[in-house]
Design a protein around this ligand. Structure first.
Ligand code: CA
Length: 359
């Protein structure tokens, strides 16, 4: 008798579940959203990460929200997405916060800081160390709700046609390196050059620039940078865990029913984790290919060079933070978190990674 009742109950539950599935599958989207991005359409890792996020929102909402992704220049230019979402031309934007330095200097701390936080540490600071609240406060002025939507992990130091054996080797070096890292190179005697992704390879090949950084093995291999430079330096001290972002127009988000708001926020969180996993897996394979197949010379920056770059980075970042009170507030939270992470990760991640390579 008990068994029959159980089966009857299970059957009813299955029917109910089936009914729910078919209802949601048939529903027309209640919200049609646009996502504008700073990446060329389907750009490996970053553009595909934006596509994945849109797909997640479509699926998690059972089709109630339909997000259409636009590559750079399809709807607005790459660096116009912040304004476009702020004024409501699109509901969502996918980019990196350091692009909006001109809107808010503090934004840079939510993307990448030289000698700053790794991917794992960025997520910890944002979700459980007060970072997210600060980011929300900064973007609220623009009518935007930010979210971390991906991470490249530690990037590579860059491509060179000569060895970097000491700080003097950086003098006079024309290198494509944006943002705060570029300012650090300048103080080390180099000349930072700003170039969009598409112009990097021809500039390096023609000798218009001496060196370049880009992302990591996966993206660098796709650009063919190994064909224009011999030495591949590590680590990417200037971008130790670059965080990508998805910001949402605040009014559009708040116009959604509560359950859909939770879905959007959590889809962004899932996409954040997934991009790091994607980059890690693909960088593993691409590095092997660069070294074994393309015979790239892998080089570690000498400690002397890294020490100097770190000292200059601390100087540059502190000066940047002192320029306005909002940036200072974010900087203080960031630095306090980093100091703690240096201690904890010194006896955990770092100690383990060192131990793992002992022979
Ligand atoms: Ca980079």
């Amino acid at each position: 008798m008990k068994r029959r009742q159980f089966l009857k109950g299970a059957g009813a539950a299955a029917v109910a579940a089936g009914a729910m599935t078919s209802t949601t599958a048939q529903a027309a989207p209640e919200f049609k959203w646009k996502m504008v991005t700073t990446w060329p359409k389907n750009f490996p890792g970053l553009g595909t990460g934006a596509n994945y996020l849109a797909k997640l929102i479509n699926e998690m909402s059972g089709g109630r929200i339909k997000v259409k992704v636009y590559g750079a220049k399809e709807l607005v230019g790459a660096l116009e997405i912040f304004d476009a979402v702020s004024r409501g031309t699109a509901e969502m934007g996918h980019g990196a916060a350091y692009y909006w330095k001109g809107k808010s200097r503090a934004a840079q701390f939510f993307a990448a800081v030289p000698f700053g936080l790794t991917a794992q540490e960025m997520n910890s600071w944002l979700y459980h160390g007060g970072g997210m609240e600060l980011w929300e406060e900064i973007y609220a002025e623009f009518g935007l709700v930010p979210g971390a939507a991906g991470n490249t992990g530690v990037q590579m130091g860059g491509w060179f046609n000569k060895e970097i054996n000491n700080v003097a080797d950086l003098e006079g070096l024309k290198m494509r390196i944006p943002g705060l890292g570029g300012e650090v190179l300048k103080r080390a005697g180099g000349t930072p050059v700003l170039l969009p992704g598409g112009e990097i390879f021809p500039s390096l090949q023609s000798g218009a620039i001496d060196a370049t950084e880009w992302v990591g093995p996966y993206n660098d291999l796709a650009f063919g940078l190994h064909k224009a430079a011999k030495y591949y330096y590590y680590p990417g001290w200037h971008e130790p865990g670059t965080t990508l972002e998805c910001f949402v127009n605040k009014e559009a988000l708040e116009a959604l029913p509560k359950d859909l708001q939770v879905i959007v926020r959590n889809a962004i969180r899932v996409a954040n984790q997934d991009m790091l996993a994607d980059f890690t897996a693909k960088n593993n394979r691409a590095l092997e290919q660069l070294v074994t197949q393309h015979k790239v010379e892998l080089r570690k920056y000498p400690d002397e060079v890294l020490e100097k770059l770190k000292a200059l980075s601390d100087e540059v970042v502190a000066e940047e933070a002192a320029k306005d009170p909002k940036t200072k507030k974010v900087f203080e939270s960031f630095v306090q978190f980093r100091d703690q992470a240096v201690k904890w990760h010194g006896v955990s991640e770092q100690a383990y990674l060192n131990a793992r390579t002992l022979s």
